[in-house]
Ligand binder design. Structure first.
Ligand code: CP3
Length: 345
């Protein structure tokens, strides 16, 4: 039986207008917080943080304690799926993730069995965070979208254009489809296990949707995300799902009408008038420029007020248009939350 949710974030995802707007921030845990940097220095490396429930629980809770946000997002990374598929992964200081790049003939070497078992520490973190959260706070689980995860698997790390991934998708689409298919299966299993451990909603990050043409967006971003939403909801019908297809432009309208998701994360570039149109079909989330949060003062206040006046009347979750950057003063985050929570009208 589906129950009417009481937590503000879940009410917004159920299509309710909630005042004040629930708020959480992508990358709300991380390097801009001194308490994160202290723990990071103590742990062996970034993956040790992700796979040690003591550390990952503590880091997930840090921004909740400091700011009292409406949601905690599990501390982990989208690249734990390739890692669990057997692809060597490390995080280098100042460079980000480094993977041993996968080629079309390397697909068969991925270890499709045992993915969920290898990620057991993540579910332990979910259980611990869930039991430590204040009652109104929602726990968000997450994963990367197949396209974005495939991009990192193929390039072996970050890239500006993801040309290797695009060449594979365009030049050997059947083989590329096999990679996407196995990521869909692994992601449905991984997200379902997060829900079983206590995650109350899920976000899928398609951070590189914006490099795809209309046809490619349909095939490599929208279609696999539809299958993931469907697959997770087949097992957990009442769990709401949020999609963040960053940079997909007018393609956002397709996600609103066809993805089956409950919420749509808007990047910084999405015009608010267009966002208000999307909001007629789906709960929207976003989309303050992370740079306004770094800047603070008038720029921050005006940015907040513009978004609230455009989207505050419908089902809405306040967030940034992308993640908090390390240069962000924590006081600005406190000021942002204060301003949102003051706007109850
Ligand atoms: O607070 C949260 O939002 C939860 C934790 C979280 C992290 N990564 C922790 C992290 C989440 C949701 C992610 C998602 C993620 N990871 C994405 C999608 C969102 C986006 O930003 O577009 C992507 C593309 C990745 C892959 C990744 N992980 C990159 C490219 C990098 C290097 C860039 C960077 O910011 O350092 C990471 C490392 C990473 N993931 C850090 C954190 C806190 C920094 C690690 C450090 O301490 O050095």
């Amino acid at each position: 039986m589906t129950q009417t949710p009481t937590k503000p974030l879940l009410r917004a995802l159920a299509g309710e207008r909630v005042a004040p707007a629930p708020i959480w921030l992508m990358r709300q845990a991380g390097r801009y917080l001194p308490e994160y940097r202290a723990l990071r220095a103590k742990a062996g490396g970034f993956l040790d943080l992700c796979f040690t429930p003591d550390y990952a629980t503590e880091i997930t809770l840090q921004p909740i304690r400091r700011f009292g946000l409406d949601a905690a997002i599990l501390f982990s990374d989208i690249l734990v799926i390739p890692w669990a598929l057997g692809q060597p992964l490390r995080f280098e200081e100042g460079r980000g993730p480094v993977l041993e790049p996968i080629a079309p003939d390397g697909l068969d070497r991925l270890e499709r069995e045992g993915v969920v078992e290898r990620l057991a520490p993540v579910f332990e973190t979910v259980r611990r965070v869930k039991s430590a959260l204040p009652p109104p706070t929602t726990l968000i689980g997450f994963a990367g979208a197949p396209w974005t995860v495939a991009c990192y698997m193929i390039e072996g790390g970050g890239s500006k254009e993801f040309l290797k991934a695009k060449r594979w998708a365009l030049g050997a689409p059947d083989r590329f489809q096999q990679l996407i298919d196995l990521l869909v299966v692994a992601t449905v299993d991984y997200l379902s296990a997060q829900v079983e451990a206590g995650a109350e909603t899920l976000q899928l990050f398609d951070s590189w949707a914006g490099v795809l043409s209309e046809t490619e967006l349909e095939r490599w971003s929208i279609a696999p995300l539809q299958r993931i939403v469907e697959g997770v909801k087949a097992r957990h019908p009442s769990v709401p799902v949020i999609l963040f297809p960053r940079g997909s432009g007018l393609g956002y309208a397709r996600f609103a009408e066809a993805s089956g998701a409950d919420g749509l994360g808007l990047d910084t570039t999405v015009p608010l008038r267009f966002a208000a149109e999307l909001q007629k079909q789906i709960t929207v989330q976003g989309n303050l420029d992370p740079a306004a949060l770094v800047t603070g003062g008038r720029a921050l206040e005006e940015g907040i007020d513009r978004i609230l006046s455009a989207l505050g009347a419908g089902p809405f979750i306040f967030n940034l248009g992308h993640g908090v950057v390390p240069e962000t003063p924590p006081e600005h985050v406190a000021a942002l939350i204060e301003r949102i929570q003051r706007t109850a009208a």
